[in-house]
Design a protein around this ligand. Structure first.
Ligand SMILES: [Zn+2]
Length: 267
C-alpha cells in the first residue's frame, strides 16, 4: 500500500506548486506520429564510446563554459532567473549522468561524456543543464520534494491514527510517509521540464555560435542511453524520441528568431 500514498502526495504537490505541470517558455509542439517515426530512426546497435583522458574533459568543459557563459546573460534576463552563475564540475567516474544542483553547480560525470564524440556534443549537455537552472527547475523540484514529504507524512500519520494504532506507531508511519514522499519528488524532472531545458539549450548554443545540427547527435545518444538499464541518466532525465523531434524544431525556431531569445508562454 505504500506506493499509492506518495504518488497521491506528488499529485497534490503538483496541483499546489507554481510551475509544476507547466512551463514558462513556449515549447515546440510534437505529435505522437512524429515521435513514433523518430523512435524508429534510433539505431539499435551498441553506442560507441570515445575514451579520452580526464585532462581532455576538464579542458573541454572549461572552454565550452567560457563560450556559453559569455552569451547567456540575455536568456537569464528573459527568464527572470535570480541566479545567472554556473560552476561546472567534472566527476571522474563511470556514472552516465549529468545534473544541475543548487547554486548553479553543474556536475558532468565522465560516464556520460564518454558517449559524446565532439565538443559540440558535450556543449549540448552542458547547455541543457544550464537550461534546467535558468528555468528554475531545481527549485521547483526541491519545493516538490519538501511538499511531497510533508504531505506524505500527513497522509501516513493520519491513516495510522484512523486505523487505531498508537501515537508512537503513527509517528513512525508518518516518518516513513515523509521519506517516501520525498523520494518520489526527487526522482526526476518532468518531461516538460526536460523539453524546456532543451529549448533553452538550443538558444544558448545558437547564441554562442555552436552548430546546433551537429549537437543533434547528443539527443540521439541520450535517447539510446534510455535503453541501458544501468544508466542513471534516465532516472533524472526522462528522454527519448520526442526530444529529438523537439530539438529539430527548436533549431528552426532559433534560426528564425530575430532576437535569439525564447518566447515566454502568454499569460
Ligand atoms: Zn535534464
Amino acid at each position: 500500500m505504500f506506493p499509492s500514498h506518495p504518488a497521491r502526495a506528488l499529485m497534490v504537490a503538483c496541483v499546489l506548486l507554481p510551475g509544476c505541470g507547466g512551463t514558462a517558455f513556449e515549447l515546440p509542439p510534437v505529435t505522437d506520429t512524429e515521435a513514433v517515426r523518430a523512435a524508429q530512426e534510433i539505431p539499435t546497435t551498441p553506442l560507441p564510446r570515445y575514451m579520452r583522458d580526464n585532462g581532455f574533459y576538464r579542458g573541454a568543459i572549461r572552454r565550452i563554459a567560457a563560450d556559453l557563459e559569455r552569451d547567456v546573460g540575455p536568456v537569464c534576463a528573459r527568464a527572470k532567473t535570480s541566479l545567472c552563475e554556473f560552476h561546472f564540475h567534472f566527476v571522474a567516474d563511470d556514472e552516465a549522468n549529468a545534473f544541475a544542483d543548487e547554486g548553479g553547480h553543474i556536475y558532468l560525470h565522465r560516464g556520460i561524456l564518454e558517449y559524446l564524440e565532439t565538443e559540440t556534443q558535450i556543449a549540448a549537455v552542458m547547455a541543457h543543464e544550464m537550461g534546467h537552472q535558468i528555468a528554475g527547475h531545481y527549485d521547483e523540484s526541491k519545493a516538490s520534494v519538501i511538499l511531497g514529504a510533508l504531505i506524505g507524512g500527513l497522509i501516513m500519520g493520519g491513516a495510522a491514527v484512523a486505523g487505531g494504532t498508537t501515537q508512537a506507531q503513527a509517528n513512525e508511519q508518518a516518518a516513513q510517509g515523509m521519506g517516501l514522499g520525498g523520494q518520489i519528488g526527487r526522482l526526476s524532472y518532468s518531461k516538460e521540464q526536460e523539453r524546456e531545458a532543451d529549448l533553452l539549450a538550443a538558444y544558448l548554443l545558437g547564441r554562442s555560435g555552436y552548430d546546433m545540427r551537429a549537437a543533434s547527435k547528443t539527443f540521439e545518444v541520450l535517447a539510446r542511453l534510455d535503453e541501458y538499464a544501468t544508466s542513471s541518466w534516465k532516472d533524472t532525465h526522462p528522454a527519448g524520441a520526442e526530444r529529438m523531434v523537439a530539438w529539430r524544431k527548436a533549431i528552426a525556431e532559433v534560426e528564425a528568431s530575430s532576437d535569439m531569445l525564447p518566447r515566454m508562454v502568454a499569460n
